[in-house]
Design a protein around this ligand. Structure first.
Ligand code: MG
Length: 321
């Protein structure tokens, strides 16, 4: 089967059928007619087997995950994702693998109204690159550079769960039953906060998605905003599953530095509290935890009352292999 057949067989009509896609998979390039007057938001991410997911990881989950990490970047900007392109490097002809990959990718794409408009396949070690193209109204995108001293720091969901899920998958953590599958699903099928991100931009100017680990990603905000941050140990969220399966010390390490969470980390001016309460109260909104505040003094600190605690190291991109 040639390159054309691989794409045509598996990736034509993947995801949402959008009327603003004038020409999708099958020509030299795609043609789209994005909404007028909006800024385009473009992000790209590469997943490499052994580095971003374990060898032998289910193809459907890889398909889901490769799109999810890009949708999460869109969410962090407050953008609506519209189109995706896909560059796939696979070791050999594996038609069943391709069909499964496409199924996982398509199921998430449909949820978010994203159309796959183009792709390319080559032979080599398993590597997936997805580019996402979205839109946001002019001057409304959230940026890492907009945190101000006095802003409150929030995170959605339960950071640390995905790192625990990966540890379970790799046999570094023990656990059974519903708690095990909850944590594993957080790694295998992250749910990007796309709807929440689009609402959040009404009240927040500064947001990042947590991919490297909470502390490291907060550090990116601090560097770009030229501020610091204080995290309050007692306010850090920890899911019941994580608390039950991992030691207290390990749990804290994963909450602060585990990575792969794809939650949103953002700042809110306390004056916007009432408006923020309205924004976060829609059906299906994620849990939002206030974990600290932005400071004028540089650096990220973790405080237990008045006592400063040591911070974990950030995400190690080579730890999976
Ligand atoms: Mg990101």
């Amino acid at each position: 089967m040639g390159e054309f057949d691989l794409i045509g067989e598996n990736f034509a009509n993947v995801g949402a059928q959008r009327s603003d896609v004038l020409l999708g998979v099958g020509d030299d390039a795609a043609l789209v007619l994005p909404p007028a007057g909006q800024e385009m938001v473009i992000a790209v991410d590469t997943l490499v087997e052994g580095q971003h997911f374990p060898p032998g990881f289910d193809a459907k989950d890889i398909g889901w995950r490769s799109l999810a990490v890009n949708l999460s970047d869109c969410a962090a900007m407050g953008a609506q994702p519209l189109y995706a392109t896909l560059a796939l490097t696979i070791p050999e002809h594996q038609e069943e693998w391709l069909a499964d990959f496409a199924e996982g990718f398509a199921s998430l794409a449909k949820i978010h109204g994203v159309s796959l408009i183009g792709g390319d396949t080559t032979r080599g070690p398993l590597t997936i690159t997805v580019q996402i193209i979205g839109v946001v109204p002019r001057n409304q995108a959230m940026r890492r550079s907009q945190a101000k001293p006095g802003d409150l720091i929030y995170v959605t969901g339960w950071p640390g769960d995905a790192a625990a899920g990966l540890a379970l998958l790799q046999g570094r953590l023990e656990g059974q039953g519903a708690m095990r599958s909850t944590l594993e699903d957080k790694f295998k099928r992250p749910e990007p906060r796309v709807a929440f991100g689009q609402r959040l931009r009404q009240v927040s100017q500064c947001c990042i998605d947590v991919s490297d680990g909470l502390v490291q990603d907060l550090g990116h905000i601090c560097t770009q905003s030229q501020v610091g941050a204080t995290l309050r140990f007692k306010e850090l969220p920890m899911s019941r599953s994580l608390h039950a399966l991992a030691s207290a010390e390990q749990s804290l390490q994963w909450v602060l530095g585990g990575g792969d969470d794809y939650e949103l980390l953002f700042t809110i001016d306390p004056k916007q509290a009432a408006e923020f309460a309205r924004v976060r109260s829609f059906n299906g909104a994620p849990a939002c935890h206030c974990i600290g505040e932005i400071t004028a003094k540089a650096g990220v600190r973790l405080m237990d009352g008045k006592r400063e605690m040591p911070l974990p190291q950030g995400w190690d991109p080579f730890r999976v292999g």
